[in-house]
Design a protein around this ligand. Structure first.
Ligand SMILES: O=C(O)[C@H](O)COP(=O)(O)O
Length: 342
């Protein structure tokens, strides 16, 4: 019986990515454990905070240089390992969940856990087609079903055909009972990490109210202020600033280390938790973020390279020959996928 022993070691603050390159992360705890993905050694990088258990999870063996992961074999590699190191980059895909049943009813949703509508399901599948050629090594979702549905439905369209598997590591039994006993199956899996920190902003006493009726009752300006100001919370709810304090902190502490180690990440979350993360990525002011709106189910691509986030726009469908969102590395990944699949 595979042990899912969690061996915890305080690292020297270095994360070794799969290619053996070390990245200095002072104050980081490197925790490695044989997880539910038996046999596949995972390197769990997380902040030194007491929430090590929710530390980022990156697969240490799934791929060497993630952008070339699924089909690269040394003989076929069209980029020398040296230039790979130089060109090491990571893709970050952000996607707001598809339309939910309460979006359809125009109700304030916040942290109420409602599923997608049929249209939302279709949006998630369409989003999956748009990112079907982009490498994904780990997926983060909020703890809410509408984000998890969006991620899983989108991944049904991915051409690499790896299987996204939601990690259940809330306790030792959950870890033990969700173990996988095949190395090959592990390699064909993508860990999905659920994090409440990525939940939609908590809308307090507006949750469940109709947005139009609320505007009629309290006035359009007041509702707009609650919905789109930076630091004014709805009654007993979270302001965007308060949402950012948890969502951006989680991104920096738990997700960014995976990107630094070259892992390609998808985050499926919510309008406001993603607005707060984009505010960080694009360095928007509290004034600029007010006008930032995210549509449901539209993927946005960033490239993380040399510590910077470069916004690449929203990838159009896989059929387009040369989409502006792709970088050279991503175009080569797509080419290698084509070779593998034909
Ligand atoms: O929580 C909700 O109601 C929506 O997901 C986002 O609402 P908002 O666009 O009013 O912030």
């Amino acid at each position: 019986m595979a042990s899912s022993v969690l061996n915890q070691s305080i690292a020297t603050g270095h994360c070794l990515d799969p290619a053996g390159r070390s990245h200095d992360h002072s104050q980081l705890v490197k925790v490695s454990f044989r997880s539910a993905f038996r046999g596949q050694k995972f390197q769990v990088i997380g902040s030194n905070r007491d929430n090590q258990r929710s530390a980022s999870l990156i697969s240490a063996s799934a791929s060497q240089t993630p952008v070339f992961d699924p089909v690269s074999t040394p003989s076929k590699s069209i980029i020398s390992s040296e230039s790979r190191k130089k060109s090491n980059e990571a893709a970050l895909i952000l996607i707001r969940h598809g339309e939910s049943l309460w979006n359809e009813k125009n109700l304030f949703t916040g942290c109420v856990d409602v599923p997608l509508t049929k249209k939302g399901i279709e949006e998630a599948i369409e989003a999956g087609k748009r990112i079907s050629n982009i490498p994904i090594d780990v997926i983060y979702t909020s703890a809410l079903i509408r984000a998890q549905m969006t991620a899983m439905l989108a991944m049904t369209q991915h051409r690499r055909k790896k299987v996204p598997i939601i990690l259940h590591d809330d306790n030792e039994r959950a870890r033990q009972w969700s173990q996988i006993f095949s190395e090959d199956t592990n390699k064909q899996s993508i860990p999905v990490i659920r994090a409440w920190q990525l939940n939609e902003r908590m809308y307090g006493e507006l949750q469940g109210l109709n947005k139009q009726e609320t505007a009629n009752r309290y006035g359009k300006e007041q509702v707009h202020e609650w919905r789109r100001s930076y630091d004014i919370p709805p009654p007993n709810g979270e302001s965007l600033e308060m949402c950012a304090q948890r969502a951006v902190a989680y991104f920096k502490d738990e997700i960014e280390p995976s990107l630094i180690c070259g892992k390609n990440v998808m985050i499926a979350a919510h309008g406001n938790s993603l607005r707060s993360i984009i505010m960080y990525l694009d360095r928007l002011s509290s004034q600029e973020v007010i006008s930032l709106e995210l549509s449901t189910g539209i993927p946005m691509l960033y490239i993380f390279k040399e510590g910077k986030f470069i916004r690449r726009g929203s990838p159009v469908g896989p059929s387009e020959a040369g989409v502006y969102a792709y970088t050279r590395n991503l175009a080569q990944y797509r080419q290698k996928l084509d070779e593998m699949l034909h």
